[in-house]
Each structure stands twice: as C-alpha cells, then as structure tokens.
Design a protein around this ligand. Structure first.
Ligand code: OAD
Length: 235
C-alpha cells in the first residue's frame, strides 16, 4: 500500500469478539438472549422502554468491563502510518476502537457511552446521568432519555462523510462483519465500483463476499497484527 492511498476500514462485531463481546448473528441468532427486533428498533422502545433501557444499561456496563484486543490495536498502528489518509468506520457501539487509541473513527451506529433526550435532543455521557430510574430522564427538560444507538429503521450517522470517502478510497478493508446490514454492507460494493482494492478479514465468508478480492479467513485479533505489518511495509 502506498502512503498516499486513502485507506478505509469498516469493522463489525467480529473485531470485538475476542474482547468478549458477543456478535449478533452467530450461533442462535439471538443478541444476549434477545431477538434484535425486540431491543434494537424504535418500536421496541415505544412498546417497552424499561426492557430496552435494561438491555442497553447491561451492554454499557459490559463495555466498561472489557478491553480492546490485538485487532483494535493493529488498526491504531495502521492509522499512525497513514494519518489523514485513513478512515475507520465502525458499526460497533462498544467504544473499543477509541479506547485502543483510534482517532479517525466514525461510529455510524452510535455508541453505548452516550444517550440523548427524546424531547430536547440534548446529548449526555452515560456517566453524567442518573441511570438508577428504570427509564432515565433528561436533567435539562425531564423528558425520557434514550440510548444513542442507531436502531433498525433509523438513519446511520456520518453517511455524507462516509460516501465522500468511498468516492476517493484506494483500499477498502472489511473486518469482522457479516455483511447483512444495509447500508454498511454495501460500502464495499461502492468502493469496488470506484476502483478500490477490496480486502476482507473475517471468521467466515460474509454475505457480500462477491465484492472481496483478497480474503483472509480467521480471527481478527490473530490475523490483523501481521497483516497490518505487511500493509505498512514492515514485513
Ligand atoms: P454480525 O454478528 O452480523 O457479524 C459478525 C461477523 O464477525 C460474522 O461474520 C462472524 O463470522 C465474524 N467473526 C466472529 N468472530 C470473529 C473474529 N474473532 N474475527 C473476525 N471475524 C469474526 O455483526 P455485524 O456485521 O457487525 O446494528 O452486524 C451489523 C449490525 O447489525 C450491528 O452494528 C448491529 C446489528 O444489528 C445495531 O445494533 C444497530
């Protein structure tokens, strides 16, 4: 890879699996014993905000208990090498890329570390609000708060910035994502259409496999440290 190339990386739940966070679509198809549609839709929050809040409080506290792994750290090294010619897009909400030290990261599905008011839209860090009530409320206006997660049927964050990067990308690397959820699953096709080289790193062949030119099968935490050395020319 050339230092002037724009490198865009897309990550999904697979990169956090070795940190101890369950992925969404493996094994039983359940997310921590819940069907995704029961906890990750605006309708679920309207129907049962107590249950949805209980679920995301658990995910929030779990995310504080886990640590970034070698895969997250390898991407920090990749960013250090490419600088402004690097962009990390993540579907993950666990904050582990930032905790590892990634700076140029777009959390397109939101984050567990924040929540916002359904009334005045004020955004808060979870540790700034009282999480004891079953449905936490806004310190400013008193209305309900909700997790700052992009649920199914909602618009992902940073799409304009992402589409601009996909127009200029030279190398697109997809890591630990099953390629099931649109629009993230389609970024690789857009990159390829714009003549980028496409690389996949995943435990199994993902759904959008046909757009991957170079595939590395295995665990991200095991493969990425060596691959990154190769990509930055240290091997
Ligand atoms: P998935 O659970 O759909 O896919 C995780 C992928 O990672 C699978 O293809 C696994 O084979 C692979 N995998 C598992 N362990 C791995 C490892 N150690 N190294 C590399 N790969 C591994 O997760 P996502 O594709 O991220 O949305 O799911 C996309 C979105 O759907 C999520 O952001 C979430 C979910 O519903 C929201 O919560 C809004």
């Amino acid at each position: 890879m050339n230092k002037n190339d724009l490198i865009v990386v897309l990550t999904g739940a697979g990169i956090s699996a070795e940190s101890g966070i369950k992925t969404f679509r493996d094994y039983d198809g359940l997310w921590e014993n819940h069907r995704v549609e029961d906890v990750a839709t605006p309708e679920a929050f309207d129907r049962d905000p107590v249950m949805v809040w209980r679920f995301y409080k658990e995910r929030y506290f779990q995310s504080l208990d886990v640590l970034p792994n070698a895969g997250h750290y390898a991407l920090v090294d990749l960013e250090k090498h490419f600088g402004d010619n690097f962009l990390l897009i993540t579907q993950n909400v666990d904050g582990l890329h930032e905790r590892a030290g990634s700076k140029r990261v777009l959390e397109m599905h939101g984050k567990l570390l924040t929540c916002f008011c359904v009334g005045c839209k004020a955004n808060y860090k979870m540790n700034e609000v009282d999480l004891n009530p079953e449905i936490p409320t806004c310190p400013a206006c008193g209305k309900f708060l909700r997790p700052d997660i992009v649920w199914f049927g909602e618009m992902p964050y940073f799409l304009e910035e992402i589409y601009q990067a996909l127009k200029k990308v030279s190398v697109f690397i997809s890591i630990g994502t099953s390629g099931h959820v649109y629009p993230a699953s389609y970024f690789i096709a857009m990159a390829k259409q714009n003549k980028a080289k496409t690389i996949g790193v995943n435990f199994e062949r993902p759904e959008n496999n046909i757009f991957i030119e170079e595939f590395h099968q295995g665990k991200a935490g095991e493969l990425l440290p060596e691959l990154v050395k190769e990509w930055i020319g240290d091997l």
